[in-house]
Unconditional design. Structure first.
Length: 378
């Protein structure tokens, strides 16, 4: 598992592009997001209008990690880490990933807010803090108030630490559930998330991911000022999220297979958008062979499958966007190798085309009278 995750990026044709672009957006996210937060808190609330620009790099980086997790969950994936393309889809997945983390941390934030409000109400309310301290001191001795404060603070810190530890373990499982289907509600489904988190493969993958992050950040920290450390940290996160996906793959596949067993037409989680893409590509190939697009008004446009198995907007495939190659064979069936138009042979509506068995084999062309030699020379 660790070897496959560590070498996933090396099995991508555009490895250098992923590292350079991923490191760049990560660095921009580390710089722009804190500056934006500081501007909102200490300068003016009007700075919030810059959120789309300030948060875009972080969302793209988070969305790519979701895509890495999704690719690791898919069975039979041997192509390595995905390409860093289709930034609109990455930003949407990154936003959903951030909302997933916020939803999982909401109970902790709510509990701390309630506790803080209760303390403030006691201090500002009818209870006199001095009288309370005197009563505690008389009951527990001179060090009683300090001991009570230390115990209360320790209890709060212990609860917060336990919650954050549980969050660190459960959040990747929720992310994997979301990445497999592309639906945020699946990442917030307690049954699905618990089913992933309670499995041995996920525990193994999570433990290896923690080790990969620890080693990666330890190596990256000294070189962060040189920018190289940012790329190293990005690579460590790729390995960790690949491990999350591989650890959760069996659980998500088995659960979906059991849930969809009565329905033969449904497909396992993690492969739905592959099937959608295969169908779109098949339709596009059929359109290309006839020289028209899906709607019959032009050449077919490539389709990038989106989250939840739904096709997204038309966009060039990854191989074209990263410069690996541009296919020149698509749609060439309508034009012969010598540049002649062969579409008439397959068009039954044109004279002489296939299916017009009674049409004039000359295609409607009429020969005129033969010219004499003198007229031909003139």
């Amino acid at each position: 598992m660790l070897t496959a995750a560590a070498t996933a990026l090396t099995r991508t044709d555009d490895t250098a592009g992923v590292v350079l672009v991923g490191g760049s957006v990560t660095l921009l996210g580390w710089i722009l997001t804190p500056l934006w937060l500081a501007g909102v808190l200490f300068v003016s609330p009007a700075v919030t209008v810059a959120a789309p620009v300030a948060l875009a790099p972080s969302l793209v980086a988070r969305g790519y990690l979701v895509r890495v997790t999704r690719a690791a969950i898919q069975p039979g994936d041997a192509a390595g880490a995905p390409s860093l393309v289709a930034w609109g889809e990455l930003a949407r997945d990154g936003l959903k990933s951030a909302l997933l983390s916020a939803a999982l941390l909401a109970p902790l934030a709510g509990g701390l807010a309630v506790a803080g409000g209760a303390v403030a109400a006691l201090v500002a309310g009818p209870v006199e803090p001095a009288a309370t301290a005197t009563a505690v001191e008389s009951a527990l001795g001179p060090n009683g108030p300090a001991a009570v404060a230390v115990v209360a603070a320790g209890a709060v810190l212990a609860l917060v630490g336990a919650y954050l530890a549980a969050f660190a373990y459960v959040r990747p499982a929720a992310l994997a559930a979301f990445a497999a289907s592309g639906r945020l509600r699946d990442g917030l489904d307690p049954r699905t998330v618990a089913g992933v988190a309670a499995t041995g493969p996920y525990a193994t993958g999570w433990t290896l991911a923690v080790g990969a992050l620890a080693v990666g950040y330890a190596v990256a920290a000294p070189t962060v000022p040189l920018v190289v450390g940012v790329a190293v940290a990005f690579l460590a996160r790729i390995v960790a999220h690949d491990l999350y996906g591989r650890g959760a793959a069996d659980s998500l596949t088995e659960e979906t297979a059991a849930a969809t067993a009565p329905t033969a037409t449904r497909q396992p989680v993690g492969t739905a958008h592959d099937a959608a893409r295969s169908g779109e590509e098949a339709g596009a190939s059929a359109g290309a062979s006839s020289g028209v697009g899906p709607a019959g008004d032009g050449p077919p446009a490539p389709v990038v499958s989106g989250d939840g198995g739904r096709p997204m907007r038309s966009e060039p495939p990854a191989a074209v966007q990263v410069g690996r190659g541009v296919s020149v064979g698509e749609g060439s069936d309508a034009v012969g190798g010598d540049g002649s138009d062969e579409s008439a042979d397959a068009d039954p509506t044109r004279p002489g085309g296939a299916g017009d068995g009674d049409a004039d084999p000359t295609g409607g062309f009429e020969w005129g009278p033969a010219l004499s030699e003198a007229e031909d020379k003139s």
